[in-house]
Design a protein around this ligand. Structure first.
Ligand code: TMP
Length: 208
């Protein structure tokens, strides 16, 4: 495998990102690559500390502005320490969420506005965008059903379905605006269907 590629995976809770990332990792390895798996918020020591702050319940809540800036603080560190060095070394980076999550969750879910959050992305990484984003899409009720029963819900998982409807709408808007980069995968299908969908996208984009 030659130059590294930057692949991000997005979706609401219960969409199946973990399984999708396994499929992508196996595909990249099958091509002879050595992918670097990472996640947001997190991926660095500081990023994981910020993740704790962001996901933990707080009696006094958190402003949407503080939330988005902490997401981007973690992202800046992640870009500097993990993503850019790996790409520069020719490695493939598979990242569980990136700036699209801020656009969908903070821009739409928290109503900060897509353009306002996108401008933070422009400021933080003006020269870098994912080569491919897989958006695992499924109805909110199904996602929440699948996510239910996991460990105690964090600050985001405790949101109501109206919040996740807005997030889903955010992802749909990004996919409409950037159809070349963002590929929608129907995540409501069987595991085999989802696997085939993801593999087909990877083959079409990077295969042969
Ligand atoms: P995870 O559950 O995918 O690990 O992500 C943790 C939560 O953080 C998830 O509910 C989505 C949320 N999130 C945002 O709200 N904005 C962001 O920019 C990122 C990266 C995650």
């Amino acid at each position: 495998m030659g130059d590294g590629r930057f692949i991000t995976v997005e979706g609401i809770e219960g969409a199946g990102k973990t399984t999708a990332i396994d499929i992508i990792r196996d595909w990249v390895k099958g091509q002879g690559g050595d992918p670097r798996l990472t996640r947001e918020p997190g991926g660095t020591a500081l990023g994981e500390e910020l993740r704790d702050v962001l996901l933990r319940h707080r009696e006094d809540g958190m402003s949407a502005e503080a939330e988005v800036l902490l997401m981007f603080a973690a992202r800046a560190e992640h870009l500097d320490r993990v993503i850019r060095p790996a790409l520069a070394a020719g490695r493939w980076v598979i990242c569980d969420r990136f700036t699209d999550a801020s656009i969908a969750y903070q821009g739409m879910g928290r109503r900060l506005g897509i353009d306002r959050v996108r401008s933070l992305g422009q400021w933080t990484h003006p020269d870098l965008a994912p080569d491919l984003t897989l958006w695992l899409d499924l109805p909110v009720t199904l996602g929440l059903e699948r996510a239910a029963g996991r460990s105690r819900p964090d600050r985001f998982e405790s949101e109501q379905s109206r919040f996740f409807e807005a997030v889903r709408h955010g992802y749909a808007t990004i996919a409409e605006q950037e159809p070349a980069r963002v590929q929608r995968i129907d995540a409501s299908g069987t595991p085999a269907q989802v696997r085939d969908g993801i593999t087909a996208v990877l083959e079409a984009r990077f295969g042969g």
